[in-house]
Design a protein around this ligand. Structure first.
Ligand SMILES: [Zn+2]
Length: 207
């Protein structure tokens, strides 16, 4: 089956200077700058979408608007695309930035052994290639490199689905050097694209 990648930028964007999501932002740094997670998630999903399109891989950003669309609506949109494309193998990637003190990359999949674990392993491997010196926050308790949590998007979508937490916006170094920089954002895009391409290759090999 042909792959179809669904991209979900977490939270809302900025409309007329007003950020659409309460919280979900970095501290106000000493130079007056601040990161709004939903803006960053949009920049990254757009970069992933462009790179996939250039490689002939069908994809869709399920929240193209700047409003913070509810989780049930996001899930409905993703499942609707899957229903409309029965000849495709759909994969959902929800893109976020982390907070709460820490550093590095985390990835979550739907519970249990599912196809989500395969893409999670590819994304994790791609992360370690692009950021060899950055921590990968793992829970190996079930043998997988992802932590399993009942995230709504992951529980309710009818397809392989993962949620990436890309660095910590309340970590000043990661926020400045990675999340707020064009170069850093490009590297985040790069490991997503590498991971997706590896997954596509593996799925093709099974046919
Ligand atoms: Zn988030």
């Amino acid at each position: 089956m042909k792959p179809f990648i669904l991209l979900d930028p977490g939270h809302g964007g900025i409309i007329n200077g007003v950020y659409q999501t309460p919280g979900k932002r970095s501290p106000l740094w000493s130079n007056g700058s601040q990161l709004f997670e939903g803006e960053c998630n949009r920049a990254i999903t757009q970069g992933i979408s462009q790179a996939l399109t250039l490689r002939g891989i069908e994809n869709k950003i399920i929240v193209p608007e700047l409003e913070d669309i509810s989780l049930p609506t996001r899930v409905r949109r993703a499942n609707h695309v899957a229903t409309q494309h029965p000849e495709h193998q759909c994969l959902l990637i929800s893109v976020h930035a982390n907070a709460g003190g820490g550093s590095g990359f985390e990835i979550y999949t739907s519970r249990g052994q599912t196809n989500s674990d395969i893409i999670a392993d590819h994304l994790t491997h791609a992360f370690t290639q692009v950021f060899p010196n950055k921590p990968l926050r793992c829970d190996y308790s079930d043998g997988d490199s992802d932590k399993e949590r009942g995230f709504y998007m992951l529980r309710k979508t009818h397809m392989a689905a993962v949620l990436t937490e890309n660095f910590f916006m309340d970590n000043e170094v990661e926020c400045y050097l990675i999340l707020m920089s064009a170069k850093g954002r490009q590297k985040i895009i790069d490991y997503h694209v590498r991971g997706i391409l590896a997954w596509v290759k593996e799925e093709k090999g099974k046919q």
